[in-house]
Design a protein around this ligand. Structure first.
Ligand code: SF4
Ligand code: SF4
Length: 669
């Protein structure tokens, strides 16, 4: 026996076991390769160039699991299992290289200090795997977390992994009992088992048990590998490929894709928007679906799900994914087959919470909005959605109000000293007021307060006046791409003729459209939300406010400002200044994790069947925070919460104010 620590492979096993093992492995390998081929032939395989470009994302989101670890228990559990599997895979590969390749050249790698480290590291990582699996069983079987769907397949896969980990230790323990080595202590789990458990057994019993355990360990491991492309474990591969291929190309979450350019369409062109069949998606779109791990984080974050609408983003993705693997599933019409209910896709507020929550960068919202487009193309719209589109076409606003209403408001603003672009053509900012602040009385108050701030700070700005029309956002979110582009092109032409360089908006939806969607149609402008401009005015001393609030204040982040566009710090800077450090209360769901008011994605304009209203759920959260004032930064949020407060009868308990209103009051004080 060598006194140098060295990996001894196939000891205690009959002669020829190595050859027999490779023969046994063969059919398992064939099943694995066929499964892999079948899977990739449906989803496609990213090009090597794409994989290279996606490497930084793979390191961040796949290797380091940046989003998985956001949740403490689930993160700890997943990282333990994942790193345990990865370590065991690397360990087994090293044995293969050492025994099946290097040994033939009279060389060895698993020897000396490296081998000792190898043994200790593998024992440690095996423990991590078992602990992680134990935690997962605890969550699924004891805690029975609602988010984790009970599926027999998951339990079988987890049991298989547990069996491999456990039998690995048992084999090590028996080996160290029958063939003790001076360095055995480095395999600390195996050594402990040897000393505590196996020392009491007869040698021939252990020898027989060893051979049986060795083969059962190998067969279960081979089975797991063979079934990998057919089981939930395949997410190890599919998430890797999806992140590499798709992550670098993902646009800002607030930007919908452009299926055609109206200006470039010829009369013969066949318009194809959205999808009704999974087969109509691109290969990489299907790969993205295939990466879904069914973790349920998107569902837990979804306001439509919490409000009891028929929508769950997890189920949308899972149903589309499963459809890929059904016979003829690629060609199955998801609506006609009953797989997806139209109500599900209309319930989405396009808040983006599902995208933000997904640990593997899947965008459930995009599939939903694309299916909407297919429905709209076929005219499957109810009365209210049709009315919305008609109003946009006929009146240039979603309310269907006569533009004379706008004229009245423009006159009111002019009486305050606000000038139009004709009167002030060199203004630094074009103040785009937005429909919700022109046609709604509460929204108008926000504009008047903002105008007071601008006039006081000496900002050079001008309004479009009666020339202003809707950006087209509601048309795009309801799936009417043509109407959106018509409105966008008209607005862009107008703004270009004015040589507008900076646009100021109240509405996060206008903000998103200017920032993310008009660029593709030829308009590049610097767009600022009023909270950004106010923060800038405070920073450069053009505006000054002191602590002016006695009541505690909290902030509802708008999805289209905070989550889709990352404007998070500015309103906080302003409100903390006004309320003092202790006067500003952060809601539990805030910033990127804000909870939608329920108005986005054009759902403001039609009815959605639901158990509860998103705005009421949110207002309950606000009331529980102890704040006396709720600040908002979107005129739609304002309307939603004003309604919710009325319905709940809490108008006297919580004051609703736009950030601009709070600032204007403080300035005027
Ligand atoms: S975008 Fe928002 S409402 Fe729509 S599915 Fe995602 S989380 Fe739910
Ligand atoms: S889409 Fe993402 S967050 Fe939702 S269940 Fe699938 S992996 Fe989880």
């Amino acid at each position: 026996m060598s006194m140098e620590p060295i990996r001894e492979t196939y000891i205690l096993l009959p002669e020829g076991t190595d050859l027999l093992m490779y023969l046994v492995l063969l059919p398992f390998a064939v099943v694995f390769l066929y499964g892999l081929y079948r899977r990739l032939s449906v989803t496609g395989f990213p090009s090597l160039r794409d994989i290279w470009a996606g490497l930084p994302y793979v390191v961040r989101f796949w290797l380091l699991q940046r989003r998985v670890v956001r949740e403490r228990l689930a993160g700890l559990m997943h990282v333990s299992i994942y790193s345990g599997i990865l370590a065991l895979f690397i360990g087994t590969s090293l044995v293969f290289i050492d025994y099946d390749i290097l040994r033939n050249f009279q060389a060895r790698m698993l020897r000396g200090d490296f081998y000792l480290f190898y043994e200790a590291a593998l024992d440690f990582m095996g423990l991590a795997l078992l602990a992680g699996l134990g935690l997962l069983f605890y969550r699924r079987l004891v805690l029975r977390e609602a988010r984790l769907r009970p599926k027999l397949e998951y339990l079988m896969v987890l049991s298989g992994l547990f069996f491999i980990g456990l039998t690995g230790y048992l084999l090590e323990g028996i080996r160290l009992t029958l063939e003790p080595r001076p360095w055995g202590g480095w395999s600390f789990v195996g050594k402990a088992l040897s000393d505590i458990v196996f020392a009491a057994f007869a040698a021939n019993t252990l020898q027989t048990a060893y051979v049986g355990l060795w083969w059962s360990h190998a067969i279960v491991a081979f089975t797991m590998v063979a079934l990998l492309p057919y089981s939930s474990l395949y997410h190890i591969f599919s998430t890797l490929l999806h992140i590499a291929a798709n992550a670098p190309k993902q646009p800002p979450t607030g930007k919908m894709n452009t299926p055609f350019k109206l200006e470039e369409l010829t009369p013969e062109a066949e318009i194809k928007v959205g999808f009704r069949k999974v087969g109509e998606l691109s290969g990489m779109g299907r790969l993205e679906l295939d990466a879904c791990t069914d973790c349920g984080r998107c569902e837990a974050a979804c306001p439509a799900f919490e409000a009891g609408t028929p929508l769950s983003p997890r189920m949308i993705v899972q149903k589309l994914k499963n459809s890929m693997w059904m016979d003829g599933g690629l060609e199955t019409d998801v609506f006609a087959s009953g797989l997806i209910d139209e109500e599900e896709v209309w319930a989405c507020t396009s808040c983006g919470a599902c995208i933000e929550a997904c640990p593997v960068l899947i965008r459930p919202m995009n599939y939903i909005l694309e299916m909407r487009r297919a429905l709209t193309l076929e005219g499957r719209l109810d009365k209210r959605k049709n009315a919305l589109l008609t109003n946009l076409a006929r009146y240039g606003n979603p309310y269907g109000l006569d533009p004379s209403v706008k004229q009245e408001f423009v006159e009111e603003l002019k009486s305050m000293g606000v000038r139009t672009v004709e009167e002030n053509p060199d203004a630094e900012y074009v103040y785009w007021i937005g429909c919700a602040s022109i046609y709604d009385a509460r929204g108008r108050e926000i504009v008047k307060n903002m105008a007071r701030i601008l006039l006081r700070a000496g900002v050079s700005f001008a309004i479009l006046g009666v020339e202003e029309s809707c950006t087209g956002d509601p048309a795009r979110r309801v799936g009417e791409e043509g109407r959106f582009q018509e409105m966008a092109l008209a607005n862009i032409e107008k703004l270009k003729s004015l040589k507008a360089k900076k646009i100021l908006v109240n509405c996060p939806h206008c903000y998103n459209t200017f920032k993310n969607e008009y660029g593709e149609f030829g308009l590049t402008v610097d767009v600022q939300h009023h909270t950004q401009l106010i923060a800038e005015l405070l920073r450069n001393g053009k505006l000054s406010i002191g602590k002016g609030l006695s009541a505690k204040i909290t902030l509802h982040d708008s999805c289209y400002l905070a989550r889709h566009n990352g404007v998070i710090s500015e309103p906080r800077t302003i409100l903390s200044k006004l309320a003092g450090e202790d006067g500003f209360i952060e809601l539990k769901r805030s910033g990127l994790k804000s909870f939608c008011c329920g108005a986005g994605g054009s759902t403001y304009w039609y009815e959605v069947r639901r158990r509860d209203r998103e705005s009421i759920i949110r207002l309950r959260e606000v009331l529980g925070s102890g704040a006396g004032v709720l600040a908002v930064e979107c005129p739609y949020c304002m309307q939603m919460f004003a309604d919710a407060a009325r319905v709940m009868g809490v108008e006297d308990k919580i004051k609703l104010k736009d950030v601009a209103e709070v600032v204007a009051e403080a300035v005027e004080k």
